[in-house]
Design a binder for this molecule. Structure first.
Ligand code: FAD
Ligand code: SF4
Length: 332
């Protein structure tokens, strides 16, 4: 690993001021925050990330889960994934979040991993993590070997000719279905960013993954008040039963009255270049009777624009079945 300066700021303002000196907040950043370190240190060991300065944010007071006056929840940036998943309010009112986090990584990793770090985890595309290979996300303009190479785990939704990398997070898929908001303290102002606007599609700049700018510190995430009577499920399909990223996953928050769907929020994981909310599936569900045929139609709507690569066409049917089954489970 290369050498770097390790900085422990006294408060959030000092952390932001130091990070604001960075050349970018995207790939190639020369200043990085570190929280649990389970993404950043991995990538530094591989020389994929080579920051000259690393700012430790673990001593900042960002580690609380609090009730909000509107009935929602405020989740601090350094709340550990394990603490979030096991929090009684989250388990009771936002079960899809708890299930998604517990379906990810391992117990040890969840004890270290944080809310903000999870939001910013990087793709597992093998070429991105191998500096001997070209990769547009790591080094813009060098090409995307995954398009003609190993792409069985990569995305079918939101891809571009420049990058087809999957966003690997489970937690973010639940956040998409729960309509979370990401709160950022920047060098000029604070911002509240809806989760759907936080991650960017790769387009021609796959090195830009989020809307963050130099200095931007994620301080917390808020969830809106729970929807009364909603039923929630996170279903994750993968190559082995634990300690594996999703090939396809589905987060469902659905409300049913008198046998008909009155409200639906649906997001997919493992298949999109960002956590994939599906307004198409939601529109197909609302007003319809609860039955398997309607769930299958909604799932097909979610995957209608999917574009298979040479090795991952199976994901389209897998994700369709995953969402259909998640909807059935939630409404059973
Ligand atoms: C072996 C393995 C298996 C895994 N399996 C899964 C899985 O199945 N599902 C899944 O969802 N995840 C999985 N993960 C990923 C894991 O969830 C992430 O590594 C973790 O959530 C990152 O959190 P962290 O706090 O350790 O981040 P860090 O490594 O500390 O930081 C990650 C990035 O976020 C930035 N950052 C951190 N905090 C802030 C902040 N407050 N403001 C701005 N920037 C910030 C850092 O600068 C860095 O760029 C796995 C990881 C490993 C190593
Ligand atoms: S899919 Fe994206 S991350 Fe993977 S090699 Fe292509 S450009 Fe790089």
């Amino acid at each position: 690993m290369h050498t770097f300066e390790f900085v422990r700021p006294a408060d959030s303002a000092a952390a932001v001021a130091t990070a604001a000196q960075a050349n970018t907040a995207q790939q190639g950043a020369d200043v990085r925050f570190v929280a649990g370190g389970t993404t950043l240190l991995d990538l530094m060991k591989l020389n994929v990330e080579t920051p000259a300065r690393v700012i430790d944010i673990n001593r900042l007071p960002l580690d609380k889960i609090e009730a909000r006056p509107d009935g929602g929840v405020k989740i601090g940036a350094t709340v550990r994934n394990a603490d979030l998943a096991h929090h009684p309010t989250v388990q009771r009112e936002y079960a899809v979040m708890s299930q998604a986090i517990l379906a990810g990584a391992s117990a040890q990793l969840r004890n270290m991993a944080t809310t903000a770090g999870n939001l910013l985890q990087r793709t597992r595309c093998v070429y991105f993590r191998d500096t001997a290979m070209p990769c547009n996300k790591r080094e813009p303009g060098t090409g995307c070997p995954a398009i003609t190479g190993t792409n069985c785990t990569l995305a079918v939704l939101g891809t571009s000719e420049h990058c087809i990398a999957t966003n690997p997070s489970d937690m973010c898929v639940a956040m998409a279905a729960l309509e979370a908001t990401v709160h950022v303290q920047g060098s000029k102002d604070t911002r509240a960013i809806p989760i759907g606007d936080f991650h960017l599609l790769p387009g021609s700049t796959p090195n830009r993954e989020t809307v963050l700018e130099p200095g931007d510190l994620i301080t917390h995430v808020t969830l809106p008040p729970p929807v009364a009577g909603s039923r929630q499920v996170y279903l994750k399909l993968r190559d082995r039963a634990s300690y594996e990223f999703a090939l396809a996953s589905a987060a469902v928050v659905i409300t049913v009255e008198a046998g008909n769907v009155t409200r639906a929020r649906v997001a997919l994981g493992g298949v999109g270049t960002k956590p994939w909310r599906s307004p198409e599936a939601e529109a197909a569900l609302v007003g319809q009777p609860v039955n398997q045929a309607n769930f299958r139609k909604a799932a097909e709507a979610a995957l209608r624009d999917a574009k298979p690569q040479s090795q991952n066409a199976f994901k389209i049917e897998l994700a369709t079945r995953c969402l259909t089954h998640a909807l059935q489970t939630a409404t059973a």
